[in-house]
Design a protein around this ligand. Structure first.
Ligand code: F6P
Length: 259
């Protein structure tokens, strides 16, 4: 840990963090050395860093919501066994069936809950449902219970992706992809697609934690790195839904060229 602090200092990452914080207009930025796109080990470092921050804000009875993806997975992996028993509840913010099971919010919630000695809830809902189906699903007692817990979360940890990459990964129909492109969608987070200014261009129908709900979540933590994601990270910050950003050097330098 001392060596890490030394490298952080040496690379001037403290200055970059405060510059980014001001330029992005958010509360806190944490930057790890390297670029996740160059070296997969950096994603683990990113995860550990986010987990370290998380430790400072977690309460014994926190409700933690999280999204899926390879980066948030590393946050759960990077968390040490913090408590053997606690009242912490971890809930997936998205259903996300259809993606690799390892990277689904459900799976990540179970990993993190174990590290925190808490419990988890599952949201067994596919990603690509129609609006009407979602409306009736929300009335199902099991799902209703998860959604109610979700809305009481005090911490949200979420990933940020590029709009084009996520549209592809989610197999969105061609007409929606065309729509996203026409409207210059750059980012995807929490099921929402944002443009450069952070305006919502498109919302996935299967959203249970809405942007409206986020106003009541005390800690909004985005974890995302890699040079190629810089624009997506900026867009999501501009949407006003990020308080703390944990990112890497690769994304940071690129972000500073944009903002
Ligand atoms: O699908 C869940 C999700 O968190 C998306 O909202 C986000 O765009 C993506 O994963 C990030 O995935 P990764 O960290 O693997 O790039």
């Amino acid at each position: 840990e001392n060596l890490k602090d030394f490298i952080h200092e040496l690379k001037g990452l403290n200055n970059i963090e405060s510059l980014l914080k001001d330029k992005l207009g958010i509360e806190k930025v944490i930057v790890v050395p390297g670029d996740v796109e160059q070296d997969p080990m950096i994603k683990k470092e990113l995860g550990k860093s986010a987990a370290n921050y998380l430790k400072t804000i977690i309460n014994y009875d926190s409700i933690i919501a999280l999204t899926g993806g390879s980066t948030v997975l590393e946050v759960a992996n990077g968390m040490p066994q913090l408590y053997s028993k606690s009242n912490i509840v971890v809930v997936p913010a998205r259903g996300g069936l259809g993606r690799e099971v390892e990277k689904q919010a459900n799976t990540i919630a179970s990993i993190l809950a174990k590290k925190l000695g808490g419990t988890y809830k599952m949201l067994h809902v596919p990603d690509n449902l129609g609006k009407e189906t979602v409306k009736s699903l929300i009335k199902e007692p099991d799902i209703k219970d998860v959604v109610e817990t979700l809305k009481k979360a005090d911490i949200l940890i979420f990933g940020i992706g590029r709009a084009d990459v996520m549209a592809e990964r989610r197999n969105l129909p061609q007409d929606i992809r065309d729509f996203l492109e026409k409207n210059n969608a750059t980012a995807e987070a929490l099921g929402y697609y944002f443009d450069k200014e952070g305006k919502v261009v498109y919302a996935t129908p299967s959203i249970f934690l809405t942007l409206e709900d986020l106003k009541f979540v005390k800690n909004l933590i985005a974890v995302s790195g890699g040079k190629g994601k810089a624009e997506a990270i900026v867009s999501t910050c501009r949407s006003g839904n990020v308080q703390v950003l944990v990112t890497d050097e690769g994304a940071s330098f690129e972000i500073l060229k944009i903002v």
